[in-house]
Design a binder for this molecule. Structure first.
Ligand code: AMP
Ligand code: GLY
Length: 433
């Protein structure tokens, strides 16, 4: 079949790399793709938000399956447009992707269906936000309702911090209409873990849990980023906790979305805090995690094209996924300055590696004028599989020097704390809906 992947990051490179291995996939396209994706797919220069052009392209080439990477086209309704034209596409509809696209919607949804999450208040003005903060302790969390390119959540340490941020939001209108409403939220403590399932709206199958390292600097310090590294198994998650997450969070979310008349299909990402009183939802994402997907693709045994097609056609049935027993790890190489101000257009070299268990997925790099240059802060994802997490991390770190550019920076402690724990088996709960 002919498959189209929409996106341009490391996540989409990992998905395209995995799809390329499927005997079902005869032709693979990507829009717009990146320098790494171009090694496994034909890239077409259409932006991820150009929904009509993407649908025209899929119609013209008679694409059998389209896979959407990032959230933006999903929240803009790409799935609705493709389905209207009878095109098969993997991802949630516009209404279903509001789970990520509107934090107010997702919070109200969680309340309605008793899904454990942080306490919070919806506020539409500085005064309301200040009043809500009075009844909370610091640190507290402020979240912009709409999509804000990963910059819409801040942890405020004091009322002074909060006032400054509220001024940016309501007076400077830094986030435009995305911040017409905000959430003022209780700060949760514990370990974070990412739990994803693939679902056709009724049945679901979990992906191997992964841990993502969001903070910019070693020792979990500095600002939040899109993710500076990951590994799978997550290590922090026991089989029992995974079963609780499925029962108390995943099932009510999928069933709740169906009862809301917004059946959710595609990849449902639940970002969780494992608190003393149990797992609580920090956020939903309506797409695969980045860089969690990179390590999951290295461990997935099954044919990704086959399972995605089943989901897009609404017949997942009792499909199970099989995972290599080995662990996988990912180290993100970013540009100095990321996530704030960083240079673009730096020339990048990525040396080839002749080992299937070590993959360098390209993130924000494109080919231009015969050169490879960076167009985003996260440049490459150096990933490796190994018999143990320690071996996977060792192989990934050993390959980091293969990514060469001025100002390359990466965290040196990915997986460090996880290695100090007794490694779990990565067992998945044997449950589906
Ligand atoms: P979100 O986009 O809502 O997941 O927020 C991004 C990041 O902010 C999360 O991955 C957490 O690290 C942090 N975060 C969000 N909400 C909370 C919370 N209620 N308590 C503590 N940290 C949070
Ligand atoms: N790694 C976090 C995310 O994909 O949102």
């Amino acid at each position: 079949m002919r498959v189209l992947v929409i996106g341009q990051g490391g996540r989409e490179h990992a998905i395209a790399w995995k799809l390329r291995q499927s005997p079902l996939v005869k032709e693979l396209y990507a829009a717009p793709g990146n320098a790494g994706i171009a090694q496994v797919a034909d890239c077409v220069n259409i932006g991820v938000a150009d929904i009509i052009e993407l649908a025209d392209f899929a119609e013209k080439l008679r694409i059998d399956l389209t896979v959407v990477g990032p959230e933006l086209p999903l929240t803009l309704g790409i799935v609705d447009e493709f389905q209207k034209r009878g095109l098969t596409i993997f991802g949630p509809t516009r209404l279903a992707s509001e789970l990520e696209g509107s934090k107010v919607f997702s919070k109200e949804f969680m309340r309605k269906y008793n899904i454990p999450t942080a306490d919070s208040a919806v506020c539409v003005s500085v005064d309301e936000a200040k009043a809500a903060l009075k009844s909370m302790k610091y640190p507290a969390v402020i979240k912009v309702d709409g999509l804000a390119a990963g910059k819409g959540v801040v942890i405020v340490e004091s009322s002074k911090d909060a006032d400054e941020y509220l001024r940016l939001v309501f007076e400077e209108k830094r986030f435009g209409n995305a911040a017409n409403r905000i959430l003022v939220e209780e700060y949760l403590t514990g370990e974070e873990v990412s739990f994803m399932v693939l679902t056709d709206g009724k049945k679901f199958v979990p992906l191997a849990p992964a841990k993502d390292y969001k903070k910019a600097f070693d020792g979990e310090t500095g600002p939040n980023t899109g993710g500076m590294g990951s590994h799978s198994p997550a290590v922090v998650l026991s089989g029992q906790t995974a079963a609780d997450i499925v029962k108390n969070i995943v099932v009510p979310t999928i069933d709740g979305m169906a009862s809301e008349g917004r059946p959710y299909t595609g990849c449902l990402y639940v970002g969780l805090m494992l608190t003393e009183s149990g797992p609580k939802v920090l956020e939903y994402n309506c797409r695969f995690g980045d860089p969690e997907t990179q390590v999951q693709m290295l461990r997935l045994e099954d044919d990704l094209a086959d399972v995605m097609l089943k989901i897009a056609r609404g017949n997942l049935g009792d499909t199970k996924l099989n995972w290599k027993k080995e662990a996988a790890a990912c180290v993100v190489v970013a540009v100095e300055g990321y996530p704030d101000d960083f240079p673009k257009g730096q020339e990048v070299a990525i040396d080839p590696i002749d080992d299937e268990a070590v993959q360098i997925f390209h993130a924000g790099v494109i080919n231009k004028g015969g050169k490879m240059i960076n167009v985003a802060g996260r440049v490459a994802n150096v990933c490796a599989r190994g018999a143990t997490l320690s071996e996977a991390l060792g192989k990934a770190y050993a390959a980091v020097p293969k990514v060469r550019f001025e100002g390359a920076r990466y965290r040196r402690d990915i997986g460090y704390l996880a290695l100090q724990r007794k490694q779990d088996s990565g067992a998945l709960p044997a449950v589906t809906s």
